[in-house]
Design a protein around this ligand. Structure first.
Ligand code: GDP
Ligand code: MN
Length: 421
């Protein structure tokens, strides 16, 4: 997540900790077809479409939804962008295909159950369990529109660009001046002037100005009422009959609002999420998967960020952010350790505990118990300090486990990097 334009516009910090702070806006991501249904309820123009999960459903779906269509857009549903330019592991190019109606079954068959790799999925890709059949619009103009939360103004920020379509990241790099940003006063709500500024930034060629302003206001209404952290429409398109249409949208929702957005949160699709994060969420752990080689287990978010930074400083890269919290149980520590050890990228594990409310002996017992349940194939570096540190050290020593002990954070990071690479 959090790659792309948002990162560039909103997050300026280059440290690992800064990146984490950006990621820690925990969110729910929903599929394009689900977002389209939600937008349609708010009166936002979206292409007509129907999602199917098997080739058998294609014919009847087409007859019901598009009896007169000659061509359809067949779109792979994965929780990542860049599908248009993506490639299937099978070799098929493109996760979005515009085809004649008699070819829809064939192309849907080639997408369903296959793994699609895009700029945003990572090399492992994501499985396509549904395809979205959409009416083919004749697009005459592709623009970019997004609403996100801005730290500087501490409120919603609308971003618009008169050029859009695929790869907004490249646009942001090459034509930064084309992108306009309109902060919205969250208490006042969006004004006509705000919406007009956004429409000026989009600069539609044929769409009615007042209609466009209304569309922008509806998008903002959805963003607020549904507790979105991101609403990104790319492309915001114009059709040959001068309609403004949200042709593809990505919607993220704030996890903290799950209690009042039950219908939306029921849409969570765990098959599309990082399996490490799914396991961590089950154990109620504060875990974020990253791409590096050093697994981290730390108590306290601040110390966890500092640990990641210091690993970087010594030339390593963290495999995750993990804050076991102040009152984690031994069972949670076991689960945390299992997640770290089952991660094949992890080449060393760094345990950094500064016992306060969290007691060092609880962590130590958790590690020893986890080691009994899972084969420990990588070196473990441990730095314990604070409450019950002597008991903790004794538990580790008596377990007979081979551990590398460290004196302080610097020493621990150095040893972890040495052990991993
Ligand atoms: P993404 O690559 O994951 O962002 O997928 P999109 O849904 O944005 O599709 C990629 C591109 O396909 C869009 O930027 C459009 O250029 C094109 N596309 C999607 N739907 C239509 C359509 O109905 N008509 C036309 N002409 N092009 C479309
Ligand atoms: Mn798109």
């Amino acid at each position: 997540m959090v790659r792309g334009l948002l990162n560039k516009l909103v997050s300026r910090s280059l440290s690992v900790a800064g990146k984490w702070q950006h990621q820690q806006l925990r969110r729910l991501n929903i599929h394009e077809y689900q977002g389209a249904e939600l937008m349609s309820k708010y009166g936002i123009n979206v292409p007509k479409g129907l999602a199917v999960s098997s080739v058998d459903e294609v014919k009847s779906a087409m007859q019901a939804a598009f009896p007169d269509a000659k061509e359809l857009v067949v779109k792979s549903q994965i929780l990542a962008g860049g599908r248009g330019l993506g490639t299937f592991k099978s070799g098929l190019k493109g996760g979005v295909h515009i085809v004649k109606v008699d070819q829809v079954e064939e192309i849907a068959g080639k997408m369903l159950g296959q793994i699609l790799v895009t700029k945003q999925t990572g090399p492992q890709g994501k499985v396509v369990s549904k395809v979205y059949l959409c009416e083919k619009l004749s697009l005459t103009n592709e623009m970019y529109f997004a609403i996100t939360l801005d730290r500087k103004t501490a409120g919603p920020l609308i971003i618009a660009c008169r050029k859009g379509g695929t790869s907004i990241e490249d646009l942001a790099e090459n034509f930064p001046d084309m992108i306009i940003k309109v902060p919205i006063d969250v208490f006042q709500g969006i004004t006509d002037e705000d919406a007009a500024k956004v429409v000026d930034g989009l600069a539609p060629k044929g769409a009615d100005r007042q209609d466009s302003i209304e569309q922008v206001k509806k998008l903002y209404k959805l963003f607020c009422e549904c507790d979105c952290t991101l609403l990104e429409v790319n492309p915001m398109a114009e059709t040959s009959d001068n309609q403004l249409v949200a042709a593809d949208a990505k919607l993220n929702f704030d996890d903290n609002a799950a209690f009042r957005q039950k219908a939306i949160f029921a849409l969570r699709d765990p098959t599309q999420e990082d399996p490490r994060e799914v396991d961590a969420a089950k154990a109620d752990l504060n875990y974020i998967g990253l791409d590096g080689e050093i697994g981290c287990m730390v108590n306290g978010a601040g110390l966890a960020m500092a640990t990641m930074d210091i690993i970087k400083l010594h030339g390593g890269t963290p495999a995750n952010f993990l804050d076991v919290g102040g009152n984690a149980s031994e069972g949670q520590v076991v689960e945390a350790f299992k997640i770290l050890t089952s991660d094949e990228k992890v080449k060393a594990i760094l345990v950094n505990i500064f016992g306060g409310i969290m007691k060092c002996d609880v962590i130590a017992s958790g590690i020893v118990n986890a080691a009994k349940q899972v084969a420990l194939k990588v070196p473990v570096i441990v730095r314990l300090e604070g409450t019950n540190v002597d008991q903790g050290k004794r538990i580790l020593k008596e377990s007979g486990m081979t551990l590398i002990t460290a004196e302080d954070l610097d020493d621990a990071a150095e040893k972890a990097v040495k052990a991993a690479y």
